[in-house]
Design a protein around this ligand. Structure first.
Ligand SMILES: [Zn+2]
Length: 577
């Protein structure tokens, strides 16, 4: 008996000594430091060589000139992405000043690599870890850019190598990092995704806060799984382990007492993007005012619980059911959901919240009242919570989209997202729906390298169009249709239209010389008494038009055959069922 125990100890020894050597920056510094890029990648390489169950891959290239690394754990040593298994993807350091997840997930993988009980426990889930997503930001190391955050001693910067916030880039894909992420995501097809962060904002008692993708975005099976099973179990398990968490504190007014809004993540955000493909998505947001070591502990606990719930609830089964249902939906030629609107203010829930009393006192800087939280006065009470979202289901039922050959950047993005593209072989004419851009607003200042449009409104009209060889015919399927609707329907908040990929259609290319057009316009109005009536009516309603000879000519021009058809005519067409 004793001998067998000794033998067991001896067989464990090499693993123990390897794991003792293999400490994270966090462990070596007793919770004070985080990995530099080089240290972290070296750690990943050692994990790869330590265990046959862990493999380190690289994908694409990032703006910083380094490839994106991906660590994969598979207990069966099977690294073929097609082998069916539940898959969880953990993304870290998209904001490198928020490195809690880097340490938590690498420690977790190290422990799995060195402990057979954990290998057994996680044998039915494949664990994917991107150790550093924003490599340019990780390399831009400093100790000051997170002014309100308690630790670590130094860390990376939020902007990437081109100063993009990568957590706004998942649709516009300006950064090479995003194209590399597409490769990882569509190669491994994770069922659960978590992006690790540290939050700013109000003070409260919790270390961990959570954004979960709105169930309104999913099919009925996944929606039920998230709302009725995964979220209650996740919150329950965290509480049981002494790490009670709360939904992300997106304060409605000045302080949490006035209520919080659930965070609406449109597809520009990592979890907004991954949820378009039915992936059950989360963002962990530890609280900046809790010390680094406490935040890392909480992040690790959340990751472990997500792994357990992935094993318990098998999200892949629910995703498959929703996709089957979506195919059924198609065969009945019904419309499908398009843009997700902002939080529905008409439905308010309440949330049990553990905060601190807030007050105002005189600022030593301005002499004006300033907000403060009094940690000696913790409270527990119900606060208003808006966590319902409006979903528009008024979209056209799309059999195909047609994207002209000219829009190659869009074609590249669609292909990178696993969209099947058929090239049109010969000139043809097709009856399609064309969106006329009726209205939109544009940000006055640059936002993530763009002058983003919003509140876009269109009118759909039926037209016969000519398609040309080299144009693309796209047929949405159960996997890609949400994504396609969100990027190709101009009204969707993160559509390619809103991200400026079609701006040339918003500018008129031809015009008229007033003195020449006067005579033509007079003829037009003579031949079209209805137009004359319309002009007179609008003059009554619009004094500016009444007092401007040019504007009246322009009115006639815009209503004449001379006005260019391409102006505000959205060039991606819909072939309806
Ligand atoms: Zn963040």
């Amino acid at each position: 008996m004793r001998l067998s125990i000794l033998a067991a100890i001896l067989t464990l020894l090499p693993l123990c000594s390897s794991s003792q050597e293999l400490l994270t920056a966090y462990e070596k510094s007793k919770g004070k430091k985080t990995f530099t890029y080089e240290e972290g990648i070296r750690f990943c390489e050692r994990l790869d060589s330590l265990s046959d169950q862990i493999s380190l891959f690289t994908y694409g290239m990032t703006d910083a000139g380094y490839p994106l690394h991906l660590l994969v754990f598979d207990a069966d040593k099977d690294f073929h992405p097609q082998t069916p298994k539940e898959v969880l993807l953990i993304n870290n350091a998209i904001h490198p000043g928020e490195p809690d997840g880097v340490e938590a997930s690498l420690m977790l993988l190290r422990d799995i690599a060195t402990q057979s009980t954990l290998q057994k426990k996680y044998e039915n889930v494949r664990i994917l870890v991107i150790p550093f997503y924003n490599i340019g930001g990780v390399l831009n190391r400093n100790s000051h850019s997170r002014v309100n955050q308690i630790g670590p001693q130094s860390y990376g910067f939020r902007g990437n190598a081109k100063n993009y916030d990568l957590n706004r880039d998942f649709i516009k894909a300006d950064a090479q990092n995003t194209m590399a992420f597409y490769q990882i995501f569509h190669t491994w097809n994770p069922h659960v995704f978590v992006d690790t962060h540290v939050s700013n904002g109000a003070d409260y008692q919790y270390t961990m806060t959570l954004i979960s993708s709105q169930e309104e975005k999913y099919g009925t099976h996944c929606a039920r799984l998230i709302k009725s099973f995964m979220l209650p179990a996740l919150y329950g398990k965290m509480k049981q382990a002494g790490q009670e968490m709360t939904p992300y504190v997106n304060v409605f007014g000045t302080v949490p007492d006035s209520g919080i809004n659930a965070f609406m993540e449109t597809p520009r955000y990592s979890n907004g993007y991954t949820s378009l493909f039915d992936c059950i998505s989360f963002v962990s947001e530890t609280h900046m005012l809790k010390p680094f070591d406490k935040r890392v502990e909480a992040t690790r606990l959340l990751l472990e619980n997500l792994l357990e719930l992935t094993l318990m609830f098998k999200p892949s089964v629910h995703i498959e059911k929703d996709r089957l249902a979506r195919n059924e939906f198609h065969s009945h030629h019904l419309s499908y959901p398009i843009p997700y609107e902002w939080v529905n203010s008409e439905i308010c829930d309440s949330l049990f919240f553990k905060g601190y009393e807030a007050g105002f006192k005189k600022s030593k800087v301005s002499g004006l009242p300033r907000l403060y939280y009094d940690r000696s006065k913790p409270y527990e009470k119900y606060i208003p919570y808006w966590d319902n979202f409006k979903v528009s289901r008024a979209g056209h039922s799309v059999q195909h989209y047609i994207v002209p050959h000219a829009y190659q950047k869009i074609i590249v993005n669609l292909a990178a997202n696993g969209v099947k593209l058929d090239t049109i072989k010969k000139v043809d004419s097709m009856q399609v729906l064309v969106a006329k851009i009726d209205d939109f607003q544009t940000s006055a200042t640059p936002y993530e390298g763009h002058y983003l449009h919003s509140n876009t409104k269109v009118k759909w009209v039926s037209e016969k169009i000519r398609v040309n060889p080299g144009d693309y015919l796209i047929t949405p399927d159960a996997r890609t249709e949400n994504f396609l609707a969100n990027v190709l329907q101009p009204e969707a908040p993160d559509s390619y239209f809103n991200w400026n990929y079609f701006d040339p259609i918003l500018q008129q290319k031809e015009g008229f010389s007033s003195y020449v057009f006067e005579d033509i316009a007079a003829e037009i109005l003579k031949d079209d008494p209805q137009l004359r009536v319309q002009l007179e009516k609008e003059k009554v309603e619009d004094p500016e038009l009444k007092n401007s000879a040019y504007k009246q000519l322009e009115f006639v021009y815009r209503h004449s055959i001379y006005f260019e058809k391409s102006y505000r005519r959205y060039p991606v067409f819909v072939v309806p069922y």
